[in-house]
Design a binder for this molecule. Sequence first.
Ligand SMILES: [Zn+2]
Length: 300
Amino acid sequence: MPRHWFHSPRYTVDMGAHTFPTVKFQRVAESLVERGVLSSAFRVEPGDPSRDDLLLVHTPSWVERVLDGKMTLDDELRAELPWSKKLAEAHALAVSGTMLAAREALERGLGIHVGGGAHHAFPDHGEGFCLLNDLAVAAERLRRGGLAKSVLVVDLDVHQGNGTAAIFRDRLDVCTFSMHQEEGYPEKRERGTVDIELPAGATDEDYLDVLTKRLPAALDAHRPDLVLYQAGVDVHERDLLGSLKLTSGGIAARDRFVFEACFRRAIPVGVTLGGGYSPSLEETVLLHVQTVREALAVFS
Ligand SMILES: [Zn+2]
């Protein structure tokens, strides 16, 4: 049976001229269908998450400010997002998308969310284009529901997932593995379970040398029931917000390695797409499409 995948065209929100092109996830979804990688018949549109789900990792005050339009100017500046009802809805829907992909992964080995990866969202505030931490809510929901005893968030976006690390600080049942750039955003890092910093200019070879040594060790040490993968493609050499120098082929090898390492250990993977800010939107879209192709090549 073809697999379900998760995406909403409502992720696209008009924010005027903004560094984060919200339309990119919609373009990725369209491109995946146009190329015959995924069938539109099996796209599942996420619904609104319950407030109780959001409250698993966020404070009541933050959830209210986001959902009910009470964000302050400081909140908006910190998140680098202009609040609107549609924006709040989009970010809430993306939490559901990752929860659904995580459940699909537990049932079928792989769950694909064409969106998500809001790893800069903290319990009580948003940062870096992120309001609600979909990865954290999904991990906590599955853990509390008894569906997964342990979850490892593998975050290979070029920026440290500081929100996710802060939410799960000192926890043993939800751990984080992050490889990110040494310099730049976010200025203040949070301590995750495994944090690996790469110098500006790191190449495919530099990157894969570290990943292939460290990720298997983390998987074997934590033996997670589920991996949630933040597959940001802002590690690309032309990315405007990253300082690493991976090629498209290097990112394909990265993704393939993550999926194979999990598949070989029978660890299900829920995929979220995360960051990607090439000057050309089409280039970013193709990099995200490539991640989904690599996932399907390993898990089909
Ligand atoms: Zn990023």
